[in-house]
Design a protein around this ligand. Structure first.
Ligand code: FUL
Length: 408
């Protein structure tokens, strides 16, 4: 293929793909009502966290190795976590901080202090707002909400558009995209409008393999079948983000539900099948009705971060070449490969070979590498490893070829 025809990421996408691991945070009126989808009738009186501490949320994220943070500024129930002028259905009408609190501001501040890129989720579907029924009026309302968020809370890394509940509904995407380009030109746009990041097609946090970066973006609501289709040859560069809640089946906090927290093995499996397939993982950790990440979730997320560090922060050897030579015969059970995707995703088929005392052994046969591919296999003792590129659209440029022995 002509090099010029290869799709390439924008510098913003390139930087975003390097983040790899984000924390999603679902918090709102639902947190106080033991529910996932409020219908917009819950009284703001119910919103009253006793000890909300956004710094605790972001510190846990930071210390566990998360590289960005996204908050539900407004979920489908329409309750706004910031001091908006567009509606009274917000923190302003709640008893929390006598109606003077602003969760978006507290998160933005903590993110700034802890150097954590910050993003927001703003549900287009609004079950509270009476003008939702009137398309044009609601388009104005939504544009104003978005403008408030994109102008009042510092730089945003990503704007998360959820298609749920909006099946068959059209929004003014042209205007929405105009607002984003005007106020937050560097922000990634998730899933709708003119997305720069696409939904992976499930809420299990896993990407298919191969998960090419050039798949056409998912423009429909996440619940339509069209979302699950994969076209490997479209020229657009739209990397995938894998969202998943740490508690199985719930995005918001619910009391007495600690048993649904995913185990470390499950989280690692998700990591291998998201980040390890070249996608980005957005793991949801929900603060409770105190406004704190519960101890059990904190423990799980810290263990997850520690395990990623244990496995992958000390490579036995690394190179940018296609041959990795060890000083002596060495046990290996994981390999991380990265292409320099600034130049496009070039490799289409590869094989990994270990040179052992019995001769060469094929460890892996794969297709996409892209931003990252994590391969694991039964431990093998080798003098060297070789990456054989069997098919490529242009000269492959390897950013990283690392070997690990993780054990266990
Ligand atoms: C879905 C929503 O309906 C869930 O409540 C959650 O926000 C998830 C991330 O997206 O579409």
């Amino acid at each position: 293929m002509d090099k010029k025809l290869l799709a390439k990421p924008t510098p913003q996408q390139l930087a975003w793909q390097d983040l790899e691991l984000g924390m999603f945070c679902h918090f709102g009126i639902n947190t106080f009502c033991d529910q996932e989808w409020g219908d917009g009738t819950d009284s703001p009186e119910k919103f009253n966290p006793t000890s909300l501490d956004a710094r605790q949320w972001i510190s846990i994220a930071k210390e566990s190795g998360f590289k960005y943070f996204i908050l539900t500024a407004k979920h489908h129930d329409g309750f706004c976590l910031w001091q908006t002028k567009t509606t009274d259905y917000s923190v302003k009408s709640s008893p929390w901080k006598d109606g003077k609190g602003d969760v978006v501001a507290e998160c933005a501040k903590a993110c700034e202090e802890l150097d954590m890129p910050f993003g927001i989720y703003l549900s287009p579907w609004d079950r509270h707002e009476p003008c939702y029924e009137d398309k044009e009026t609601y388009d104005d309302f939504y544009a104003e909400q978005l403008t408030e968020l994109l102008t009042g809370y510092g730089p945003m890394v990503e704007i998360w558009f959820d298609g749920a509940g909006s099946e068959g509904r059209e929004y003014d995407w042209e205007r929405i995209m105009f607002i984003i380009r005007k106020y937050q030109p560097d922000a990634m746009v998730f899933n709708l409008g003119a997305p720069t990041v696409r939904w992976v097609g499930n809420e299990d946090g896993v990407a298919p393999y191969p998960c090419w970066n050039t798949v056409k973006g998912a423009r429909q609501s996440m619940y339509t079948d069209e979302m699950a289709h994969w076209l490997s040859d479209t020229p657009d560069w739209v990397p995938a983000e894998c969202d998943v809640p740490i508690r199985k089946g719930s995005w918001f906090w619910h009391p007495n539900d600690e048993s649904s927290i995913r185990t470390l093995d499950e989280l690692m499996d998700i990591y291998y099948r998201s980040v390890g397939h070249g996608a980005t993982l957005l793991l949801n950790i929900a603060p409770d009705d105190r406004g704190l990440i519960p101890e059990a979730d904190e423990k799980a997320v810290r263990e997850f971060g520690a395990e990623i560090r244990r496995r992958f922060s000390n490579p036995i050897a690394k190179t940018r070449e296609r041959k990795l030579v060890f000083k002596e015969k060495t046990l290996v059970d994981h390999i991380i490969l990265m292409e320099d995707i600034a130049h496009g995703e070039r490799i289409k088929e590869y094989e990994l070979i270990a040179n052992t005392k019995n001769g060469p052994v094929t460890l892996v046969e794969g297709s996409a590498i892209g931003h990252k591919k994590i391969d694991h296999f039964e431990a093998v003792k080798a003098d060297s490893l070789e990456l054989i590129v069997k098919k490529a659209d242009a000269v492959p440029i390897i950013r990283n070829f690392e070997a690990f022995y993780v054990g266990g």
